[in-house]
Ligand binder design. Structure first.
Ligand SMILES: [Ca+2]
Ligand SMILES: [Ca+2]
Length: 457
């Protein structure tokens, strides 16, 4: 081994690394609204940018992966243009909850250091002139540790959806949609949909975004559809440890997903959201087969159907709306028609597993869950207490022919004797659920719907 060879063996990797990473690359871009005196280059807390968008854009140009934002309130614009929003960028993770002194991300505390993205531009505490959307998503982007509030999507089309966060591209907008997003594919199926979406090639434009959203509070946003969040056209965001509180809309008070937007929502809480028509908290339609795990729905309301979750299936061009709702709790949600906890409509095929329904109310039946118009629902290991169906059934009625299969663990498939004796054609129905069904849906009807069971069972 020559001396040169030894040198390269010892130091080559380090030197190569230094050559590959230009000096301009920063690990983190800093933002602090309290840095009023400057300088403002974003390279440290002392020289933090004052606005979030500067931080995001600088991160793109500098090749940085993270933007750290100190506590305080940030608005999309200091002006009054309602069509300006915080635009996430692919490859950039936006973290809130810093005091403004930390040098490690794990030192932040998003509960203590409240970091607000507010759409309350123009006149303070006056919704009517607020931003249509507070945040616009992007693929491979992260937003984590913020309170997102004050969006008011009371405009037309795009500007009527997703006041807190909108997760699709507006192909019909003007120059505001230009930039990196305009390079998005114009056709083809969404890249991140769950297998078996059933979407026909070419039906989807694939304009949806799939960001990661964590540790965020969506509060007091309003829209015609999707008060806090609107997911569309293959948008498959991952949403975890978020709280949606007091958002409102005509449909989907907190969240509306449609057209193969298969959100993965876990450990989230939905409180006191309201929808005038359907889906007090969550509205799923057009093959939007969300997975909701360990979520809590409390005191959400609707004047129509589905105070907690409304599931519909209005399109035959796209695969069935087949959400999985697992380990969720529905408490004191209230619908003026059907489905205090969950309302399923029109051939949707939900799987509802190990959920509990307590004290939910619906004026026309299905205090816990309603199933209407050829719904095929698989409801397994759920608990019901104190639900009220008004003039209809308290817990789980089904209005239409083959409607619902209920499975409880003690009559599981591992006990074929029970399986055969009780169902004949495949349904396993416990005495508890039989009681729940003793109104509009017979055991035979339920058994008939068991011909095709979801894979997860
Ligand atoms: Ca500060
Ligand atoms: Ca305002």
């Amino acid at each position: 081994m020559t001396k040169v060879g030894t040198f390269w063996r010892r130091y080559g990797a380090i030197l190569t690394l230094q050559i590959l990473i230009p000096a301009s690359v920063w690990a983190v871009v800093y933002v602090d609204v309290d840095n009023t005196k400057g300088p403002w280059d974003g390279k440290s807390w002392a020289s933090a940018y004052k606005t979030v968008q500067e931080g995001i854009d600088a991160a793109i140009h500098a090749g940085a992966g993270q933007v750290w934002v100190a506590e305080g309130t940030y608005k999309p614009t200091s002006g009054t243009d309602r069509t300006v929003w915080f635009k996430l960028r692919s490859g950039v993770a936006l973290y809130g909850g810093f005091k403004g002194t930390e040098n490690k991300r794990r030192q932040r505390d998003w509960v203590q250091n409240v970091t607000i993205l507010s759409g309350d531009i123009g006149k303070q505490d006056d919704l009517s002139d607020n931003s249509y959307h507070v945040v616009k998503g992007a693929d491979d982007a992260t937003i984590d540790g913020f309170t997102i509030t004050g969006g008011n999507a009371d405009g037309y089309l795009y500007h009527s959806k997703g006041a807190g966060m909108v997760n699709y591209e507006n192909l019909h907008s003007s120059s505001k949609a230009s930039g990196p997003d305009s390079r998005r594919r114009a056709s083809g199926p969404p890249g991140k949909g769950r297998p078996g979406d059933g979407a026909r090639p070419g039906f989807l434009a694939g304009t949806g975004f799939s960001p990661a959203v964590a540790h965020c509070i969506f509060e007091g946003n309003r829209a015609a559809e999707g008060g806090a969040m609107y997911n569309y056209d293959g948008a498959c965001p991952t949403i975890s440890h978020c709280t949606f509180v007091q958002n409102r809309a005509d449909k989907g008070g907190a969240m509306l997903s449609r057209v193969a937007s298969n959100c993965n929502v876990s450990d989230c809480t939905f409180i006191e959201n309201y929808a005038k028509w359907r889906g007090g908290a969550v509205f799923l339609d057009y093959g939007a087969s969300a997975k909701l795990t360990r979520c809590t729905f409390r005191q959400n309301n609707t004047d129509g159907n589905g105070a907690g979750i409304y599931v519909d299936d209005t399109s035959s061009q796209i695969g069935h709306t087949s959400p999985e709702i697992v380990d969720c709790t529905f408490t004191k949600n209230s619908a003026k028609f059907r489905g205090g906890g969950i309302a399923n409509f029109n051939k949707c095929t939900p799987v509802i597993t190990n959920c509990s329904f307590n004290g939910n109310t619906a004026a026309k039946g299905g205090g816990a869950i309603s199933n209407d118009y050829q719904v095929r629902a698989w409801i397994r290991d759920c608990k019901y207490s104190g639900n009220s169906g008004g003039s209809g059934q308290a817990d789980v009625p089904g209005r239409s022919r083959p409607a619902v299969v209920c499975l409880n663990r003690r009559f599981d498939l591992t006990r074929p004797a029970v399986w055969r004796r009780q169902s004949g054609r495949g349904a396993v129905i416990s005495p508890v659920t039989l009681r729940a069904f003793s109104g509009e849906t017979t055991a035979t009807q339920m058994a008939g719907s068991a011909a095709k069971r979801p894979r997860s069972l």
